[in-house]
Design a protein around this ligand. Structure first.
Ligand code: 13P
Length: 282
């Protein structure tokens, strides 16, 4: 089937009081594993590209990535969405939309709220004219490596500001900061679920959680119940990809049949993805 709109996937998730899973991918092996795993468990799924992973279009262009995922989506038996993750560059975002990304993130979370509103609104206006959807970020989801970002309540999203932000920008979804952080956690996160519930009550805009790798599963389940409709996972998945390749070479040696690599890796990735996707209750 053609790409599913990310907003349609998130609306369906919201109706079911759950969240869709969104995975950062960098190549065909990762993206096709995501689609195969989603088909195995009959769940919709979202594939995301970090702009950095196109390495200024040297490694993969947004066009090339979008065409690859579109080809996978068209053959898939489940809805597949495509999304450009974290980008603060207006020109790059619009070029990605023109290159085939139906959903993009504008990340102005490092800016004062007023500036974040102005910039997000500008991206939303242009993206909507071009038929694309926009995720923004309010509050700031930092980095787990700092050990402090995840507990810094000054960086957390405020419900009243979220309501104002969503109203003023017309954004299609918003990433909120409630105790998660990007990368491997050094200290177990403790999500502020009360705050999440308040934000969810304050706005009808679907809520996104970043920093999905390593959050204890009981907290993830509660976050889904309390309003998260898109759950981003990257670090765990990349780490597994690299350790699996490493294991392949250790087991088979560098003389191992390289024709076996894709299947070997995809099987391991799919095992992990199937378990992760089971978190989504629709
Ligand atoms: P992790 O890499 O921590 O899983 O976070 C992914 C993410 O939030 C992508 O936007």
């Amino acid at each position: 089937m053609p790409f599913e709109k990310v907003s349609t996937i998130l609306k369906e998730a919201d109706k079911n009081h759950t969240s869709a899973l969104a995975f950062n991918c960098v190549d065909y092996t990762m993206a096709s594993s995501v689609v195969r795993a989603a088909e195995a468990v009959h769940k919709p799924v979202i594939i995301m590209l970090y702009p950095e992973h196109s390495y200024k279009n040297r490694f993969c262009s947004p066009e090339g990535f979008a065409s690859m995922v579109r080809a996978l989506a068209e053959k898939a038996s489940v809805p597949v969405g495509l999304h450009l993750d974290h980008c603060s560059d207006y020109a790059y975002i619009i070029s990605a939309v023109k290159a085939g990304f139906p959903s993009v993130m504008y990340d102005g979370s490092m800016l004062p709220v007023e500036e974040n509103i102005v910039n997000t609104k500008k991206v939303v206006e242009t993206a909507h004219i071009l038929g694309a959807e926009v995720e923004a970020e309010l509050g700031h989801v930092g980095f787990a490596a700092t050990k402090t970002d995840q507990f810094n309540e000054d960086m957390y999203t405020r419900a009243d500001v979220a309501a104002q932000f969503c109203e003023a920008t017309g954004v299609d979804s918003v990433a909120v900061a409630v105790g998660s952080a990007h990368g491997f956690y050094k200290t177990t996160p403790k999500l502020d679920l009360g705050r999440l519930e308040e934000i969810n009550k304050a706005t009808d805009t679907p809520l996104v959680m970043h920093g999905g790798s390593g959050i204890p599963l009981d907290q993830v389940a509660l976050a889904f119940e309390k309003g998260i409709n898109k759950f981003n996972v990257g670090t765990e998945f990349f780490h597994l990809y690299h350790t699996t390749l490493d294991t392949f070479y250790r087991e088979k040696g560098v003389q191992g049949d390289f024709f076996d690599i894709p299947v070997y890796v995809q099987e391991k990735l799919e095992e992990y993805l199937v378990k992760k996707l089971e978190l989504c209750r629709m």
